[in-house]
Design a protein around this ligand. Structure first.
Ligand code: AMP
Length: 416
């Protein structure tokens, strides 16, 4: 016998009933996006490798070791998207969306791919909800984006969590900070091999290193906040003021840089208590220079990504499990089955979830199927019911019964 084919390591199937929880999160996000004036954009899963190399930065973990990159049949280098922001910008510029007046507010949902070592909360195909606001550098937009993120997390009943915020400054602040950081790192022994390279090529990335030893060394490192120019400092202060005004609790985290090179000014992350090592459920920030880096005009922007896989681990078990009332029609004999099929369709037309068994099994077998399907109501149809045109509608939770005229069943159930 041929061997069974399995899914690829780090890529998993998400099965029912778990999918109901995912739908609940996505529905809540869509609803929040609607209220905040965001519209959906759908993008390809594959882009030219150059898009990510140019935006995320060649010295980041993502680009240097985590991308699924392959030549297509033509020899062009393509990559399964490791994140969405660069692709959103590519699409915005390519389709001229940047030319519309005002702030361009877009969201997108879908899988991302990174060749990381799989572990709890870390997958090679994972799923994000992405939000991007393009065309404004106003601190109000930063605040709005963070408020929107926190609103989504509240809607899905995320428990204890911490919002970490920092400002990475503009390119000038970053240049001054990088010089100071690099000087500090050069004077220290014992950095990991990667960081010894990064302290020369891209010192900001050292702040993101997972090595305990590097983290220890960094405790004495200079912090970005001390290198912000007056404009960047004022921008950050206004964002924090707005967050406070709307009751959002935040923690300033002076070493938060995030794993991608394109961030400027505001950067933030939400970590959930109880998630272990991979505890960031969402992250984002401003990327004012990215459009130009991708050959476009000046287009200041900010966005965030929610990691759905991780979020699911900490959300309530019963989230989204209430999918409305369900009816099971049990039928005995060919005529009753025929009648039940008509009723089944009539119920479904009313938007009521209805099921029956087509295999002509015993009443006992049908009722145990109703149990397995967790039917809220059952109706048994036999010769007597066909003759009288009436049947008992039984509420499974209580055992209560009421006699109902069959033609009125959809109406009665709709009203329950
Ligand atoms: P990033 O695009 O790296 O800023 O990540 C944004 C969010 O996506 C993180 O906060 C995580 O929740 C999630 N995420 C990133 N990488 C993975 C992964 N390999 N597996 C599961 N979730 C991930």
């Amino acid at each position: 016998m041929a061997g069974k084919i399995k899914a690829i390591r780090g890529m998993r199937d998400i099965l029912p009933p778990e999918t109901s929880r995912w739908q609940a999160v996505e529905n809540a996000a869509r609803e929040a996006f609607r209220v905040y004036g965001y519209r959906e954009i759908r993008l390809p899963l594959i882009e030219r490798t150059e898009l990510f190399a140019r935006s995320i930065g060649t010295d980041t973990d993502i680009v240097s070791k985590e991308m699924y990159t392959f030549p297509d049949r033509h020899g062009d280098s393509l990559t399964l998207r490791p994140e969405a922001t660069a692709a959103v910008l590519r699409a915005v510029l390519e389709n001229g969306l940047d030319k519309a007046a005002g702030v361009k507010k877009l969201y997108t949902l879908g899988p991302m791919f990174r060749y990381e070592r799989p572990q709890k909360g870390r997958y090679r195909q994972f799923h994000q909800i992405n939000c991007e606001a393009l065309g404004s550098d106003a601190p109000e937009v930063d605040a709005e984006v963070i408020l929107l993120l926190m609103e989504i997390l509240k809607k899905v009943h995320l428990g204890t969590n911490r919002l970490l915020v920092n400002s990475l400054g503009c390119p000038e602040c970053q240049a001054r900070f990088k010089a100071a950081l690099s000087q500090f790192l050069m004077s220290r022994e014992g950095l990991c091999e990667d960081c010894q390279r990064r302290r020369v090529t891209n010192p900001l990335r050292v702040l993101d290193c997972k090595s305990v030893h590097c983290k220890e060394i960094l405790k004495d490192a200079p912090v970005l906040k001390d290198y912000l120019c007056p404009d960047c400092a004022a921008h950050f202060a206004r964002v924090l003021e707005l967050l406070s005004r709307f009751g959002v609790t935040y923690e300033e985290q002076p070493r938060l840089v995030r794993g991608l090179d394109y961030y400027t000014r505001t950067a933030f992350e939400v970590v959930a208590v109880g998630l272990g090592a991979q505890d960031a459920v969402a992250g984002g920030g401003r990327y004012n220079g990215l459009a130009q880096q991708l050959g476009g005009p000046e287009l200041p922007a900010i966005g965030f990504a929610i990691g759905e896989d991780r979020l699911m681990e900490v959300l309530p078990e019963n989230l989204g499990q209430d999918d409305g009332k369900k009816v099971f029609l049990a039928a005995l004999g060919t005529s009753a089955m025929d009648k039940a099929f008509s009723l089944l369709q009539a119920l479904r037309q009313e938007g009521i979830a209805a099921e029956m068994d087509f295999s002509g099994r015993s009443l006992k077998a049908q009722m145990s199927l109703a149990d397995r399907l967790a039917a809220d109501y059952t109706v048994i149809l036999g010769d007597r019911e066909l003759e009288t045109g009436k049947a008992n509608l039984r509420r499974m939770a209580t055992g209560d019964q009421q006699e109902v005229t069959l033609s009125l069943l959809p109406m009665v159930l709709a009203g329950l």
